[in-house]
Design a protein around this ligand. Structure first.
Ligand SMILES: NC(=O)c1ccc[n+]([C@@H]2O[C@H](COP(=O)([O-])OP(=O)(O)OC[C@H]3O[C@@H](n4cnc5c(N)ncnc54)[C@H](OP(=O)(O)O)[C@@H]3O)[C@@H](O)[C@H]2O)c1
Length: 270
């Protein structure tokens, strides 16, 4: 009998991460649910779901946690948050931390997952990017930059790892109703000051984004997509998820930069 396949999901505490853990366990995978606070996963822990403590900003924590798993077939790089700040206002620390989590954190986990997959004869890496990995928006420049980086990492790794039978994919979700807008949008104080020169843009755009996230698609859709990627060896390199991404990403490809920008300005009243 073939051994059960082993998955590692980062940012498993809430949202897409948690939905993916539950979905894949249901499908028979053994799932390591990595979180900064694994105790919050104790209710779903069981034979197929093993919560583990992982701080993706700490290289030693990553080396220890991933190393301890021993065997790994699938990695879902999901953990991430969004900085909402103008470039003019952002603090050095905010700028660095956004990349430390969304980009370097993803790379740290991937670095330690690759040798496990190579030794096992192959694997699948799914990076949770965003449709904002292909489309820019004001106030989200740093978040955009991290997700554009995730798209680049996906493209490069596909070449680097193909000969080892390791497939790398990215999912570009649109808006999804998770904890993202409630807990994981970090706002810069000066940007949100009512006397900021950006105040009218902030008061127009920020509530629209929060509402679109909170009225977004169900995280289970991403979980099901991850499962399809795992099972289909011919799955495309990247895929959109959710209504807004499936609307904007094809439009981004078809229109000139200027025409696309015009559409986004009209849509958000920018
Ligand atoms: N919701 C959306 O509309 C949307 C759209 C496009 C892309 N995405 C992307 O989807 C992924 C999952 O987000 P979600 O929507 O499911 O939101 P979520 O419910 O807020 O979950 C995000 C997870 O990321 C981890 N995380 C957050 N801040 C972190 C930090 N500073 N350091 C380390 N880990 C951190 C947390 O995991 P632990 O607390 O368990 O450690 C958290 O559970 C993210 O990469 C996000 O950028 C979301």
């Amino acid at each position: 009998m073939a051994r059960e396949r082993v998955v590692l999901v980062t940012g498993a505490g809430t949202g897409m991460g948690r939905a993916t853990v539950l979905f894949l366990a249901e499908k028979g995978f053994k799932v390591y649910a990595a979180s900064r606070t694994p105790e919050n996963l104790s209710q779903i822990a069981g034979e197929r779901i093993v919560p583990i403590r992982l701080d993706i900003t700490d290289p030693q924590s990553v080396a220890n946690a991933v190393g301890a798993i021993g065997t790994l077939d699938i990695l879902v790089n999901n953990a991430g948050y969004g900085l909402v700040s103008t470039v003019e206002d952002m603090e050095e620390e905010e700028m660095l931390e956004q990349f430390n989590v969304n980009v370097f954190g993803l790379l740290r986990v991937t670095k330690h997952a690759i040798p496990l997959m190579r030794r096992g004869g192959g694997g699948v890496i799914v990076n949770i990017s965003s449709f904002l990995g292909k489309i820019g928006l004001p106030l989200l420049t740093m978040y955009n930059a991290t997700k554009y980086a995730v798209e680049g990492i996906t493209d490069s790794l596909r070449y680097e790892l193909r000969d080892f039978g390791i497939r790398v994919h990215s999912i570009m979700p649109g808006f999804f109703d998770t904890q993202f807008a409630r807990s994981n949008l970090v706002t810069n104080r000066a940007t949100f000051d009512e006397d900021s020169p950006y105040a009218s843009m902030v008061s127009n755009l920020a509530p629209q984004i929060v509402e679109q996230i909170n009225r977004g698609n169900d995280a289970k859709e991403v979980a099901a997509l991850i499962w399809r990627i795992i099972e289909d060896e011919k799955f495309p390199a990247r895929v959109t998820a959710g209504e807004k991404a499936s609307k904007f990403i094809p439009m981004r490809k078809e229109l000139s930069d200027e025409d696309f920008e015009r559409r986004v300005r009209e849509y958000y009243n920018l």
